[in-house]
Design a protein around this ligand. Structure first.
Ligand SMILES: [Zn+2]
Length: 290
């Protein structure tokens, strides 16, 4: 009931034109069925400047004051004691596509909210919930949030493979057992001592204050909890910083690690061949088991 109501809100609010114009290329990569979406409306997310300076200068779009007038908010209270605002993402990749943000303006950090994320997955079995780390695709790293999209949106859900992005899958029927198992995997992640040039979200930005390992997390509930963990080495690939004529504006987050590449300009869409996509994912993915 809850999720059906949300879906109705979502469809009413969504800018369908922005999704209707999306072009799709299918790409099989080492046997994994990835896709590339050309979605010009996503340019704000792909190009997001999330340097501390830029964040200070903008109003937070996940806080109540920054929400657009016609954007409905559903309050969701987790049994963990946290409250979240569920709203339609005004820059959707999927339909519907929600943001689930903390009712408190606090930094993007997974561990304090991981259990709530698992509860949400069970309460919304028609949705897949994901988390982008502050250095791994979150366009509001200063405000804790998840995203929720329809189940089966990401190829990794139905075609689990470690080949594409060194994905690690945890499956358990008991919540606390699952939570503990996911935490054991997450404990393998390390905080990079020094962000490399390509790891910087904007050229020249300082990231000396990274506080959690770089990761993207996906979770859903179907008979049991399923959580996929992607560890990350780089925030953005080298090609993002390449000269204009070779540049590919590709900024991998959970959706990309899960098999859906998003680009917001025509040149990048044409340049991104299956071989390039495979190389980029290898470049940004980490494998703590190796
Ligand atoms: Zn905020």
């Amino acid at each position: 009931m809850f999720s059906r109501e949300l879906s109705a809100h979502g469809r009413a609010f969504l800018n369908y034109e922005s999704l209707a114009g999306v072009e799709v290329k299918d790409m099989t990569i080492d046997g994994f069925p990835a896709k590339l979406f050309f979605n010009p409306a996503r340019v704000r997310s792909v190009m997001a400047d999330v340097s501390p300076e830029a964040l200070q200068q903008r109003a937070c779009f996940l806080c109540p004051d920054g929400v657009e007038e016609n954007q409905l908010t559903h309050n969701w209270e987790s049994s963990t004691g946290h409250t979240y605002y569920i709203r339609v993402n005004p820059f959707p990749i999927f339909s519907p596509h929600f943001t689930v943000s903390s009712s408190v303006h606090e930094r993007q950090e997974l561990l304090p909210h991981l259990e709530a994320m698992l509860h949400l997955a069970k309460e919304l079995p028609e949705m897949t919930i994901f988390y982008n780390g502050p250095m791994c695709g979150a366009s509001a790293p200063d405000h804790m949030h998840f995203q929720a999209v329809p189940r089966h949106s990401l190829p990794i859900e139905d075609h689990f493979s470690t080949n594409y992005a060194n994905a690690i899958l945890v499956q358990e029927t008991d919540l606390q057992t699952h939570l503990a198992a996911v935490k054991r995997v997450l404990a393998m992640g390390t905080i990079p001592e020094e962000a490399s040039q390509t790891g910087s979200l904007t050229i020249g930005a300082s990231h000396s204050e990274e506080y959690e390992p770089r990761w993207n997390i996906v979770t859903w509930y179907e008979d049991m909890w399923h959580t996929v963990i992607f560890f990350r080495r780089e925030s953005r690939p080298m090609c993002f910083f390449a000269p204009e004529e070779e540049r590919i504006l590709f900024s991998p987050a959970t959706v990309e690690m899960g098999g859906i590449g998003i680009v917001a300009n025509r040149e990048s869409f044409d340049r991104l061949t299956p071989a390039r996509l495979r190389d980029i994912i290898r470049e940004v993915a980490d494998n703590p088991l190796a």
